[in-house]
Design a protein around this ligand. Structure first.
Ligand SMILES: [Zn+2]
Length: 103
C-alpha cells in the first residue's frame, strides 16, 4: 500500500509540474522577452487550462489505494500516515528534530 501511495503521489506531482508550471514558466518567459500580446494571452490561457486540468487530475487520482477515500479533502485526508477512510497505513510520517511531521 505504501508503494502504491507513493507512486500515485509522484504521478500527481509530475502531472501538476507538466500542466501548470510549464505553461506558467513559458508565460514568464514571454513576458520577459516582451512577446506580442496575442502570444501573451495564449500563454495565459494555457496556464489557466493547465491549472484547471491539474486540479481535476488531483481530484480524480489522489485517493486511497485501498478504499478510494479522497485524500485531498481539506488538504489532509490522512492522519499520521493513515487513511481516514479505512485506516490503512499509507506512508510513515517522518519527524524532524523539532517534532514537525512531514507528509
Ligand atoms: Zn482508505
Amino acid at each position: 500500500m505504501e508503494l502504491e501511495y507513493r507512486r500515485r503521489r509522484t504521478r500527481v506531482f509530475r502531472f501538476v509540474m507538466l500542466c501548470a508550471l510549464l505553461p506558467f514558466g513559458l508565460e514568464m518567459l514571454f513576458v520577459y522577452v516582451s512577446a506580442p500580446p496575442l502570444l501573451l494571452s495564449a500563454g495565459m490561457a494555457a496556464t489557466m487550462i493547465g491549472i484547471v486540468a491539474s486540479n481535476v487530475y488531483i481530484w480524480r487520482v489522489w485517493k486511497c489505494p485501498a478504499c478510494g477515500f479522497k485524500l485531498w479533502v481539506g488538504g489532509k485526508g490522512t492522519l499520521g500516515g493513515k487513511c481516514l477512510g479505512c485506516g490503512t497505513q499509507l506512508y510513515v510520517p517522518r519527524r524532524s528534530k523539532s517534532g514537525r511531521v512531514y507528509p
